[in-house]
Design a protein around this ligand. Sequence first.
Ligand code: FAD
Length: 376
Amino acid sequence: MWGRGYGGSPGRLMPYIDELKLVRMMKIAIVGAGVAGSYLIRMLSGSHDVIGYERQREENYRAVCAWAASKHPMEMFAKNAGLDFYSYTFHEGRYFTVVFGDDRLDIKATGLVTFDKEAFEKDMRKGQRIIYGANVDSRNLRVVDYDLVIDATGFYRSMIGRPKRDLFIPTVEYMVRYRELPYDDFYAEVFPGLSGFLWFFPLGNRTAHVGAGDLAGNHVKYVEEFLSRHRPIEKLRKVGRPLRLASPRMVTPLSIGRIFAVGESAGVVFPTTGEGIIPSLQNSDLLMELLHKGKLYEYEYERRMLELFKLHERTARIFFDILLKGKTGLHVAIRLAALASSFSRNSERFGLKPGVMPLIKAMMSYAGRRVLTSFK
Ligand SMILES: Cc1cc2nc3c(=O)[nH]c(=O)nc-3n(C[C@H](O)[C@H](O)[C@H](O)COP(=O)(O)OP(=O)(O)OC[C@H]3O[C@@H](n4cnc5c(N)ncnc54)[C@H](O)[C@@H]3O)c2cc1C
């Protein structure tokens, strides 16, 4: 039960399969009801005894995010949860314009949309057992009362604890309304040295998300400058939080005893784009697959996570070379080319099909400044 005053050791994960090789009903606590937690609460509730804990109050729940994702995988995840993804979509992109200083790329969109992420998560949680306004951590949740505890608290990792190494980017975002939108499609401005970017994502009905994340810490300045250049008639809300860019390998262990990290807690955000919705759902599916096969063990989970997110790892390594070591030579360009072509080959997954050579040229010409000297 959720209650104060317990700091017990989690112990080893209980076996999931009884002697007859039947998956037994488990008692599961899911801490954090963002996109990963809400999906897992919905998907696991039918076959297990599940309870969700969410820090925010139900009536003013906020999904801090720009709400963009590729429609193809989202359609599948929504269908798994018994929902119709298209009833949540706001805007479907034709192009994603990305400005690198004097270079401008118009990347063809292949399914990139904005959608009502808050309503989508709310509908996944509908009818499920969730305690809202519950700020849960390893001191006030009796881990031994559950067979499995899922840490889906995103950046905070309140059950599994902060990793030894981490990398996160500070962000700020406004939801704004215009008389006339300054851009009618996805738009971004990349900062010098590739330290981050500003985004403008249309949400329909003349509203948009305008936000920025910057490892060099100038995100607030960039957003305020944009909003004074393109003045909205209304600022509807302002949010912000750090976004974890560290890869799953960097934030290992991904599980401790019977506590398993999932989603941004497990470092699944794509390091260059900050895209975390689809990876968090892919991670949730992997956790459920292992659970139902009776193979949700520490080593197996970590092994499969590193395999599933190996593109994240490769991307993170290249960017750390550019950002932290200031490398911009031919070797980095070749690795970037390989990466850009993987991205392009998986255009349905990412919702974008960048031309490989223009992307490399723009990135390399803009990467030449070392902006960071260390990270936590
Ligand atoms: C400004 C911004 C813009 C972004 N834009 C995009 C985008 O356009 N597309 C995209 O794919 N990704 C985007 N991301 C990333 C994406 O939002 C996240 O990576 C993704 O939502 C992670 O899902 P999650 O379920 O792991 O965590 P979250 O969605 O962060 O959910 C965690 C939940 O846990 C709750 N919680 C936290 N601590 C506790 C606690 N102690 N007890 C109980 N509950 C707790 C929180 O209230 C929250 O509801 C963006 C992120 C930011 C910050």
